[in-house]
Design a protein around this ligand. Structure first.
Ligand SMILES: [Zn+2]
Length: 266
C-alpha cells in the first residue's frame, strides 16, 4: 500500500489522538509512500513520539526516510540532558525529509527544532493548514474551560494565551472563582497566576496548604502573582465569600502541576 504525504500526515494525527497526556504528539515514518513505523507520546513512558517511531526501525530503513510529526521536534536546551534531543536523533539516523504539524508554542523552543533540521540539510515542510488547525486544537487543549471543585491537584498546559480555570466551591455549591495561568517561563522557573475578578496575595512563608490556617493574614493584594515552584497564593475576589489557596507543585516545558483548596470565609 502506498500512501500520499497527506495520508501520512493523517496517520501521524491518528497517533497524536491516542495520547492521553499533553502535549500530545504523534509520529509516523515512511519511505517511498510505504509506512514503516508510528509512535505517540505515552506509548513508552517518558519517550518522545519521534524517538519511539525511530527506535522501531533499523538504520537501513531510516536512511532516506520521511518523518511526519505533529509537533516540532525538541532541541537540547542544556548540555547535561540525560537523553539527547529528537532533532539531534533525526539528524543522526539519516532521515531525509521531515513534515511538522505545528511549531512548539513554548517560547524557549519555538522554531529551534525546525532551524536545527534545516541547518543539517534536512528538507522540512509543514502539514497542510487544515490539519495544522486541528493539531493546534488537540495538542494543548486550547479553548476548553477547565472546571475544578473543592480541592485537588491538576496538570494543565500553559501555552500561548494561557489557560483559564474556574474553581467551584463544591459540586453542589456553585460559588466560583476564576483563575488564569499565563506566561509560563520554564527557563526562569515561573508562571503567572491571576484572577479576572480579584486579588491575588502571596502566602509568603507557607510551604504546605495546611500552613495557611487563616488566609486573611496575608496582605498586599495584587492583580497577579509570579509563582515559583512550591509557592502558595490566596485568591479572593473582593465580593467573594470564600477564597482559594493555590500551590504550584511543579513546572514543565509546556505545562504545570498545581494544587488548590477552597476555604470558607471564617
Ligand atoms: Zn523530543
Amino acid at each position: 500500500m502506498t500512501y500520499s504525504p497527506t495520508d501520512l500526515m493523517k496517520i501521524a494525527v491518528e497517533e497524536h489522538l491516542k495520547c492521553s497526556e499533553f502535549p500530545r504528539v504523534g509520529a509516523a515514518i515512511a519511505k517511498n509512500g510505504k509506512l514503516l513505523s508510528t509512535g505517540h507520546r505515552g506509548e513508552a513512558k517518558g519517550v518522545h513520539a519521534e524517538r519511539i517511531a525511530i527506535q522501531k526501525l533499523g538504520r537501513d530503513e531510516l536512511e532516506g526516510s520521511t518523518l511526519y510529526t505533529t509537533l516540532e521536534p525538541c532541541v537540547e536546551l542544556h548540555n547535561d540532558q540525560a537523553v539527547g534531543s529528537c532533532a539531534d536523533l533525526i539528524v543522526s539516523v539519516g532521515i531525509k525529509d521531515v513534515f511538522i504539524g505545528v511549531l512548539d508554542p513554548n517560547g524557549t523552543i519555538y522554531s529551534q527544532g525546525f532551524k536545527k533540521l534545516v541547518e543539517n540539510s534536512i528538507s522540512v515542510k509543514f502539514f497542510n493548514r487544515k490539519l495544522r488547525a486541528a493539531i493546534e486544537q488537540e495538542t494543548f487543549d486550547f479553548g476548553e474551560v477547565h472546571v475544578v471543585y473543592g480541592s485537588g491537584k491538576r496538570r494543565v498546559p500553559v501555552v500561548q494565551s494561557g489557560i483559564d480555570i474556574t474553581v467551584y466551591f463544591s459540586k453542589t455549591d456553585t460559588r466560583s472563582i476564576p483563575l488564569s495561568w499565563t506566561t509560563l517561563q520554564p527557563v526562569h522557573g515561573c508562571v503567572d497566576l491571576s484572577s479576572q475578578i480579584g486579588a491575588v496575595k502571596v502566602a509568603a512563608g507557607a510551604r504546605m496548604l495546611s500552613d495557611v490556617t487563616d488566609p486573611a493574614v496575608f496582605r498586599f493584594p495584587s492583580h497577579f502573582a509570579r509563582m515559583k515552584k512550591g509557592m502558595i497564593s490566596v485568591v479572593q475576589p473582593a465580593d467573594a465569600t470564600f477564597c482559594v489557596l493555590v500551590r504550584l507543585i511543579e513546572l514543565y516545558e509546556n505545562d504545570i502541576l498545581f494544587q488548590w483548596e477552597v476555604r470558607n470565609d471564617p
